[in-house]
Design a protein around this ligand. Structure first.
Ligand SMILES: [Zn+2]
Length: 404
């Protein structure tokens, strides 16, 4: 064990994590979407825990819970989110918030030189707007359009915000104060477990392209129309899908991922030639240039497929640029991990995180700990207590080195 100045309290860390998991508890997981009763109660509890720790805590109107270390002019910012997907796991987001709380609390108790501010961002999971809280915190949220945005059940964000009772002044990034942002998170995938590593250092968060490809033909009787006379949108789309999968396989880098997760055929009857067929192709990588090459290839394939009796079109429906994490900060986490006897695995994150947004404003780093069986966004999500404690110790050691 290294000589640690910031010696966290493992039992208190686990107790707080378990306590947070009682809000919206659902079996072994939680159901705590942004602005639900459970989310609101959890945020009030967090605010209280931050105050007890000696932080100046408040909840802003977007629901961000923000605890400032008193008396410091410069601070590290540590956080994540405490909202969950519906029927989600107990650690996604919660882990990074409670790590921040435990490290800030320890620093205040031990009168350590490190000043740590803690934040739980609201609606990372996008019930209303993905990354609502962190976007507000970074000043990149389009405030005018907020109130009218509705969740899938039709409830407006304006209604949700006023019903929450959260009315604090907006918490915001402080350029002269915040020297770096650190976010710990469960991996939500199987790589750490598969390589028997206990700490991951995130090199970056992948960029995403999402496109809808639509074929338009003509509906006809599938029994009486000769094959040569059909304008079969379904057949054209399926052939195209095969070409897309083949092309991606030959062009991909080692960590590129792609998915055809939505396919729709209209009118959708066994005895009707499809008049229209569409699919959504999504692909992710750290390399923006590669994403553009894949997109260009898709355009070529669509142009070729749409030459006959069936027309084809491509519509881009989402574009998120890759977010590299700060190399030097990542190196500090890797070094802290080595001090605790663990060689960290450098890896990209295939999932989005609050760090993706805030890294455009301040240098940022992420630490991953293993997810058992790679499971996440499900109540089955879990991590061993030993790994949870180790992750917090490593982050505390990194904080020591980075203390402003
Ligand atoms: Zn998360």
């Amino acid at each position: 064990m290294p000589e640690t100045v910031i010696e966290i309290n493992p039992q208190r860390l686990l107790t707080d994590l378990r306590q947070l998991a009682t809000f919206g508890k659902l079996g072994t997981g939680v159901d705590r979407p942004a602005f639900s009763q459970a989310d609101i109660a959890a945020r009030r509890w967090l605010e209280g825990r931050m105050r007890e720790a000696g932080l100046q805590a408040a909840i802003d109107r977007c629901g961000n819970v923000y605890g400032r270390s008193p008396g410091a002019s410069k601070a590290l910012l540590i956080g994540s989110h405490s909202d969950s997907v519906p029927k989600g796991g107990w650690l996604d987001g919660a882990l990074g918030v409670i790590y921040g709380l435990e490290i800030a609390r320890t620093c205040l108790e031990q009168k350590s030189l490190a000043a740590v501010d803690v934040v739980s961002f609201e609606d990372e999971e996008g019930r209303y707007i993905p990354f609502l809280g962190v976007k507000s915190f970074c000043g990149v949220l389009d405030e005018k359009s907020l109130a009218a945005i509705r969740d899938s059940g039709g409830r407006s964000l304006g209604e949700a915000m006023s019903a929450s009772g959260f009315d604090g002044a907006p918490a915001c990034f402080e350029p002269s104060r915040h020297v770096a942002y650190l976010e710990a998170h469960i991996e939500q995938g199987p790589r750490l477990e598969a390589t028997r590593r206990r700490i991951g250092v995130v090199s970056g968060i992948v960029g995403i392209r999402r496109v809808r490809l639509t074929a338009r033909g003509q509906a006809d009787h599938a029994g009486t129309t000769p094959m040569s006379m059909r304008k079969d949108a379904g057949a054209v789309l399926m052939r195209l899908a095969n070409r897309v999968l083949d092309s991606f396989e030959s062009m991909a880098a080692a960590d590129t991922v792609w998915n055809i997760g939505v396919v729709d055929v209209q009118p959708g009857a066994a005895n009707v030639v499809p008049a229209q067929a569409s699919m959504v192709v999504e692909f992710r990588d750290m390399d923006a240039a590669l994403l553009e090459r894949l997109l260009a290839r898709l355009l070529e394939l669509v142009a070729q497929a749409g030459r006959g009796a069936v027309s084809m079109e491509l519509e881009e429906i989402a574009r998120i640029e890759p977010a590299p994490m700060d190399r030097a900060l990542g190196g500090v986490i890797a070094e802290a991990s080595r001090q605790h006897g663990e060689e960290a695995l450098y890896m990209q994150s295939g999932a989005g995180h609050d760090a993706m947004i805030i890294s455009r404003t301040v240098r940022s780093a992420m630490l991953f700990i293993p997810s058992i069986g790679g499971r996440s966004h499900d109540i089955a999500e879990d991590t061993s207590e030993a790994d949870i404690v180790l992750g917090c110790r490593v982050l505390a050691s990194a904080v020591e080195k980075l203390a402003p």
